[in-house]
Design a protein around this ligand. Structure first.
Ligand SMILES: [Zn+2]
Length: 68
C-alpha cells in the first residue's frame, strides 16, 4: 500500500477541508467564493486609495514643486 496519493486540504487554516483528488484549487469551493468576494472588496478599496493618491499628487504639483 504505497500509493502516492497526496491528501490536500484547503489552504484556509480555519477550514482545512480535504480537497477532492484532482482538484486544482488551493482553497475549497466555499473558501474560493469567499476569496472572490474579498478580492472584489479589495479592488474597490484599492480603487478608492488610488483616487486619494492621485488627489495628493495634484496637491503636491499645485504646491509649486513642479513648475511648467
Ligand atoms: Zn476551505
Amino acid at each position: 500500500m504505497s500509493q502516492n496519493v497526496e491528501t490536500r486540504v484547503c489552504k484556509n487554516k480555519k477550514c482545512q477541508k480535504v480537497l477532492p483528488a484532482g482538484y486544482k484549487n488551493k482553497y475549497c469551493e466555499a473558501c474560493k467564493n469567499k476569496h472572490v468576494e474579498k478580492a472584489k472588496k479589495a479592488v474597490k478599496s484599492i480603487g478608492a486609495g488610488a483616487v486619494t493618491v492621485a488627489s495628493i499628487a495634484i496637491v503636491v504639483v499645485k504646491g509649486g514643486k513642479i513648475k511648467l
